[in-house]
Design a protein around this ligand. Structure first.
Ligand code: MN
Length: 401
């Protein structure tokens, strides 16, 4: 089994980037690269080994590296691979268990999409049982909304149950959300910015997108259902969005590229990605697992997503909106065609009608103390597997009042 190689899902074909502080020096943040169960101190390695990019790699966030662009990303990764091959003993490293992981980049703008046809269809049936499951625009553009960048938190950060308005037969009431949910998603981290007024075509995806993380877009469904008409998600989403501490570079996912599902409707030129359009395969074969209190509740396949990240990038800039270093755009809930492939409790329990069975009882929505962990892996080169960093969070009781 590839996962039994010495470094497991974090071998030399992976090498995700993060930011950590060591136990003995908690005030200093450093850029690290995960190898197996160790973290390589990338700044120290680059300095000792004379890398021309040492200044970027001794920063306290990934942003300077992100801003440097693809030629530098490729060069840094090539250097790291060469160091690992030729002088692995020269690389300063610490056990992962001895470090604290931080939010690895300063999030600029956060956009969340709605790219799974299975998720959108299920949610449409639940929220609008008398109408068409998919809205008329769904097959023509990747639907999204601008989220709240300032409340993106790193994996492991407790999530406080939010307060909000919910609708009752007697009118709206205010209090802690009773329908707190997850959304298992994949996030794409923008490195190189773009200029205002200049759309970014799908073909420039690799020039602008640095890498991939896992995302849990926590959602208060009762708040969401009451507030979202007509402008979309707001306070039901903005209280917290968790991201994994490790950003896997796109270059580590070349073997995972795959064609997206066949398009059932013709697309406008800037979104076309059929063979004749000349675009590279836009999908990623990421196998996700969602656990609730240690018990697997879903295994969503990212390869089933209808809209690709390249299409999302092209769409969110086609009006001339510019990209900034640190922009994060997430896929939307990843759900496959099968019931056990649904990436949120709203779908898994069919809006609470069909509870999920757990060893210690059942769940419709999250209870205080519940812990959700999302993991994923992708096929790597030569039969290896590339792990994405996990994203976890535990629900804390609502604040008093
Ligand atoms: Mn979402």
């Amino acid at each position: 089994m590839p996962a039994d190689t010495p470094n497991g899902l974090y071998g030399p074909e992976n090498l995700p980037y993060g930011v950590y502080s060591a136990a003995g020096d908690p005030g200093r943040r450093r850029i690290g690269v995960r190898l197996g169960d160790d973290v390589i101190d990338l700044g120290a390695a680059a300095t000792e080994l004379g890398s021309p990019h040492a200044a970027l790699l001794t920063a306290q966030t990934l942003n300077p590296l992100l801003a440097a662009g693809r030629p530098v990303w490729t060069a840094v990764r090539a250097d790291l691979r060469a160091w690992l091959d030729e002088r692995p003993g020269a690389l300063p490293r610490v056990p992962l268990a001895d470090v604290r992981l931080h939010l690895p980049f300063d999030v600029a703008d956060y956009v969340d999409f709605y790219a799974s046809e299975h998720h959108a269809t299920n949610v449409g049936r639940i929220f609008r049982p008398d109408g068409d499951a998919l809205t008329p625009n769904w097959k023509h553009l990747p639907i999204g909304y601008h989220g709240r960048a300032g409340t993106v938190v790193v994996s492991g950060t407790p999530v406080v149950r939010p307060h909000g308005q919910r609708r009752t037969p007697d009118g709206p009431v205010f209090g802690p959300s009773r329908r707190l949910d997850i959304e298992a998603e994949v996030g794409f981290v923008v490195g190189a910015p773009s200029r205002l007024g200049e759309p970014v075509p799908q073909a420039a995806f690799r020039d602008h997108v640095f890498g991939v993380c896992l995302v849990n877009d926590w959602s208060a469904r009762d708040v969401q259902a009451w507030e979202y008409v007509p402008l979309g998600p707001f306070l039901g989403k903005s209280f917290a969005t968790s991201v994994s501490a490790w950003i896997t570079p796109l270059d580590a996912l070349d073997a995972a590229r795959c064609a997206p599902p066949e398009r059932s409707h013709p697309l406008l030129d800037y979104l076309r990605d059929d063979a004749a359009s000349g675009t590279e395969p836009g999908g990623f074969d990421l196998r996700m697992t969602v656990t609730l209190n240690g018990h697997t509740i879903a295994e969503p396949p990212f390869s089933a997503m209808y809209w690709t990240a390249a299409q999302q990038l092209a769409h969110m800039t086609v009006n001339g909106a510019s990209l900034r270093t640190g922009d994060l755009f997430a896929s939307g809930t990843v759900s496959g065609p099968e019931p056990h492939q649904r990436g949120c409790l709203l779908e898994l329990t069919w809006s609470g009608e069909d509870p999920v069975e757990l060893p210690g009882g059942t769940r419709t929505f999250l209870e205080d103390g519940d812990e959700v962990v999302i993991t994923a892996w992708a096929p790597g080169p030569h039969g290896s597997r590339v792990g994405l960093g996990e994203v976890s969070g535990r629900i804390s009781p609502a604040a008093a009042g």
